[in-house]
Design a protein around this ligand. Structure first.
Ligand SMILES: N[C@@H](CCC(=O)N[C@@H](CS)C(=O)NCC(=O)O)C(=O)O
Length: 242
């Protein structure tokens, strides 16, 4: 029985897992959990991840939540090439450092841009609030400056000369505000060059496949989201962006 991955490619951590599994030829069954249909809120999905969030993994009777834990589980189980999570003590520490930092920095700010500009208007049917989007962009700009100066410096990749889990996790988060129409790369040549290297290391086709949905906001629909769930999701999003 192959590993089952519960994903929605609209979600950044899900894209990281999808790319990682495909790039490393890890055999897996993709279980699509459609966030915009509220499929993560069902009793059925609750048995896989009681946190009711994607991504999640099931390997036989074993279930696992949290993308970092899942990436590490897959890298160990399938003994993926060393560069993803280097055995060298200090290179590995660089990856750990980035994975620890990113949740409250790039991820938090990039999410706010996407949620306030794309998802909340889609769910409520109301236009986005320009002040909220502006505030989120300011937060994101601070995080991106820290990313370039502290984490990337003048290296090709975060842990040195090869792509690692840190770059993968970073790139999927950085693409989320791009999906909201925010021009991230033009004013940041260093970031743009890094993104190009990461995309090349992953493979352009796989990168595009993973990002197709998030880069096409017009294709999103909440027509199948029942009113109670719509209400719950709107409240949750408002809390997240405030
Ligand atoms: N720390 C978690 C974050 C998971 C997460 O926030 N997933 C979002 C999609 S990106 C989700 O499922 N949201 C649905 C909800 O919170 O109701 C991870 O890295 O896996």
């Amino acid at each position: 029985m192959v590993v089952e991955l519960f994903l929605d490619l609209l979600s950044q951590p899900c894209r990281a897992l999808f790319i990682f599994a495909k790039k490393n030829n890890i055999p897996f069954e993709l279980k699509h959990v459609d966030l915009l249909k509220g499929q993560h809120m069902t009793e059925e999905f609750d048995k896989v991840n009681a946190l009711r969030k994607v991504p999640a993994l099931r390997d036989g009777a074993f279930t696992l939540a949290e993308s970092t834990a899942i990436l590490l589980y897959l890298s160990r189980k399938f003994k993926t090439p060393d560069h993803w999570y280097p055995s060298d003590l200090q290179k590995r520490a660089r990856v750990d450092e980035y994975l620890s930092w990113q949740h409250t920095a790039i991820r938090a700010a990039g999410c706010k841009v996407y949620l306030s500009k794309v998802l909340l208007p889609l769910i409520t049917g109301k236009p986005f609030c320009p002040e909220k989007v502006e505030r989120a962009i300011e937060e994101l700009n601070v995080a991106l400056k820290q990313f370039e100066e502290k984490f990337l410096e003048d290296k090709p990749f975060i842990a040195g000369s090869e792509i690692s889990l840190a770059d993968l996790v970073a790139v999927v988060e950085i693409m989320q505000p791009v999906g909201a129409g925010y021009e991230i790369f033009k004013p940041r040549p260093k970031l743009a060059e890094w993104q190009g290297r990461v995309e090349e290391a992953i493979g352009k086709e796989l990168f595009q496949e993973a990002h197709e949905q998030v880069l096409n906001a017009k294709s999103l629909s909440v027509a199948e989201l029942v009113p109670e769930l719509r209400e719950q999701m709107a409240c949750m999003l408002l809390k997240l962006i405030n």
